[in-house]
Each structure stands twice: as C-alpha cells, then as structure tokens.
Design a protein around this ligand. Structure first.
Ligand SMILES: Cc1cc2nc3c(=O)[nH]c(=O)nc-3n(C[C@H](O)[C@H](O)[C@H](O)COP(=O)(O)OP(=O)(O)OC[C@H]3O[C@@H](n4cnc5c(N)ncnc54)[C@H](O)[C@@H]3O)c2cc1C
Length: 351
C-alpha cells in the first residue's frame, strides 16, 4: 500500500512512523509552520477535564468516553490511546530521545514562565526534573538568561506558587548553579552533564526533528510542498496536488489547526472537509475565556476510523489526525500531543 501523509507536525510524523513499521510505502509531504515546533515537547494526554485537574489520564479518558462522544479519545477508545503512547515511547527511544511517564499518572513540570503544568510523558531529563521530585530538596533554577528565560524570575514565581499547589515542598528554590537538583533549559544542558531540564517553548521542534530523522532512516520519503487541492472520485481520494501531484492508495491529512494551517476560520484548507458542529457562540468578548473558546473545538468531523466527510459522503481511504480533528480543546484540556499521537497511531495503522 502506498500512503501519502500531509503535514510533518507530531501527528504526521507518528502516522508515518506507524505506517512504515507496518511496511507501507510512505511519502510525507509538508510545508509551513507547525504548532509542534512551537510547543514545549512534553506529551500532554489529559491534564484537565471540565475544569478539574486530572490525576490519572486513564480514568479521565474513560470518563470522557461516557460524557463526550465526539471527543477524539472517545472515538479511538482507551486501549488504542494507551497503545499509541507505548508506540511513541519505543520510537522516541530508537530515535535517541527517550521519554518517561505512564498513562496511569500525570506528573507536574515547571515551565519557563515560572508556572507548573500537569503532563504525562516527558523527555527523560525533563521527567527527572518533575516537581514531585522537589520535596525537601534544594532546587536551583540555573542556566544563562535568554529571550523568554530568566532564572531569577522563574525561581521567584515558583517559590510563591508551589506552597499554594501543595504538590511538593522544596527546602529552597533559588536561581543559582548549586542545589540538590540543578535545572536548566534543555538546550543549555551539555551532553553528559548531570543537570535536569526545564521544558521550553520550541523544544518540540528538536523532538520532531529527531523523530523525523528516524522516520527517514526507516524509509519514509519526505517532500517539501504545500498541498492545496485533491482529486476525489467514487468516494476516494486519488491524488493530492501542490506544486506537484502525489497519488497513493491511502492518505492521511495531518495539517494541524489554525496554527499549522489546516484550518482557516471555518474552512478545512485542502478539500473543504465537513467540520464538526460546535456548540456555543464563536464570537466572544474575551479571546481566552476560562472554560476555553468554542473555536478551539472546531475541526474536521470523522467516524471511529478517522475517515472524514466530503460533500455528504464518507471518504474511506482518507484519515484525519492531530489538531485538525474537531471535538476537543488542547489548550484547556492539555491534550495536544496526546490526541495527535493517538489519532496518528490509528490513522497510520489503517489497512
Ligand atoms: C505555543 C504552544 C505550545 C504547546 N505546547 C504543548 C505541549 O507542551 N505539549 C502538548 O502536548 N501540546 C502542546 N501544544 C499543543 C500541540 O503542540 C498541538 O496540539 C500539536 O503539536 C498538534 O500537532 P499536529 O501535528 O496535529 O499539527 P501541527 O504541529 O500544527 O502540524 C501541522 C503540519 O502540517 C503542515 N501543513 C499544514 N497545511 C499544509 C498543507 N496544505 N500542505 C502541506 N503541509 C501542510 C504544517 O506545515 C505542519 O508541518 C502547544 C501548542 C501551542 C500553540
């Protein structure tokens, strides 16, 4: 089977990896910016549900299945989500960037903004620096000051925030090079240095690059092109077109949302696929309402196998993965890479 994957964010890369491990011929076509490259590179699976923090993604995903049937996790089912994270970990290990963590338990990581967020999997160096490890220890936020990173500011914010969160009570948090736990931005940790890492916006780019290199090593072919149309006949996509045309037996659309360019306003940009109807007013007075903006849940409507609908007809040889999917809000849920990885794993595994 020849598979064409469009988009090289985390969803496109994982879909290509999965399909290649199943011995498909895989062409990855992509061009432009991605949310993945701007992200912190920690795998959020489910951090919040209905405004409450989720301690165990496993339980949260099972609750979602009973309450939000249009959510991608509900369509995929818990078992596939769990499988996809194991697949991701094994690929990351092979790509030389081991991840740690489990779907059974969220951890908390500090960020470059001096905040703390729940997440599920993280690069080993980030995982080892999780806030749960800070109890009774002298924590040093170290490293060179750079644009968007000021160790003094991060240390002071965390010193104020942590007692309120009750996750761990460090003996001391300071901006210095000395402590039981010396934490620096990932890119400032030299190879072999015993320092732990603070995730930074943009770390996702480094992780995606390593995974993409591994995909290429496995035989995935990569082409730079911006796809802007497709030929659909008899309920199937026959080819997609940008500067060149690319034909295949099956296709995966992983073009992201408004950040990646897969969505513009209320339009899916390649085929004009049907979108999931979202409840709530899309025009709001505040751009970031506490419970999330309804626009964040806008995305392509799919069936359980992730096939979308085009002019009222299901397209069986096309699957949609990642942020282009509708029915969820990665900002308020903290489920960005989790949904991308799970949907890409299922899409890439299509027969
Ligand atoms: C600032 C920020 C920080 C975040 N941090 C985290 C985090 O730490 N952890 C987490 O879990 N989630 C995080 N998220 C959410 C997460 O990054 C996204 O949910 C996830 O990266 C989406 O991946 P994707 O592959 O679906 O889309 P994208 O990463 O947006 O990738 C889409 C790809 O498709 C390509 N593309 C688009 N249109 C076309 C076209 N027509 N032709 C060819 N190629 C095309 C783009 O160039 C890009 O390569 C963050 C989001 C943002 C905005």
């Amino acid at each position: 089977m020849k598979l064409v994957v469009i988009g090289s964010g985390i969803a496109g890369i994982v879909a290509a990896l999965r399909a290649r491990t199943l011995k498909r011929e895989v062409l990855l076509v992509s061009q432009g910016k991605s949310a993945t490259s701007r992200s912190l590179g920690v795998v959020d699976v489910l951090g919040y549900l209905n405004g409450e923090e989720v301690k165990t993604p496993e339980e949260g995903i099972k609750t979602l299945a009973e309450t939000k049937e249009e959510h991608p996790y509900s369509l995929l089912g818990f078992k596939k989500v769990a499988e996809s994270l194991n697949f991701f970990k094994s690929m990351a290990e092979k790509a030389g960037i081991p991840f740690k963590g489990s779907i059974e338990k969220n951890i908390h990581v500090a960020t470059q903004f001096g905040t703390v967020k729940p997440t599920c999997l993280a690069l080993e160096k980030v995982y080892n620096a999780r806030v749960e490890e800070w109890h009774s220890r002298a924590v040093a936020i170290a490293g060179k000051e750079e644009r968007n990173f000021n160790p003094g500011f991060v240390a002071a914010s965390l010193a104020e925030l942590l007692p309120k969160l009750g996750i761990a009570q460090p003996a001391r948090i300071s901006a210095s090079e000395h402590g039981d736990l010396v934490i620096k931005p990932l890119k400032q940790v030299a190879a072999g240095e015993k320092a732990y890492a603070l995730p930074m916006l943009g770390d996702g780019s480094f992780i995606a690059q390593k995974l993409l290199e591994h995909a290429v090593k496995l035989g995935v072919k990569v082409v730079e092109d911006r796809i802007d149309r497709a030929r659909v006949e008899g309920g199937e996509v026959k080819e997609v077109m940008g500067r060149e045309s690319y034909n295949g037996d099956a296709f995966i659309l992983a073009t992201g949302d408004w950040v990646g360019g897969g969505l513009l306003g209320l339009k899916e940009m390649v085929l004009g696929l049907e979108l999931l109807r979202v409840e709530g007013k899309l025009v709001r007075k505040t751009p970031f309402p506490e419970k999330g903006h309804p626009y964040s849940r806008v995305g392509v409507k799919v069936d359980e196998s992730l096939s979308p609908f085009y002019r009222g007809e299901k397209i069986s040889n096309l699957k949609v993965a990642g942020a282009l999917l509708g029915g969820y809000d990665y900002c308020t849920e903290k489920s960005g890479w989790g949904v991308a990885i799970a949907s890409a794993y299922v899409a890439g595994g299509m027969e």
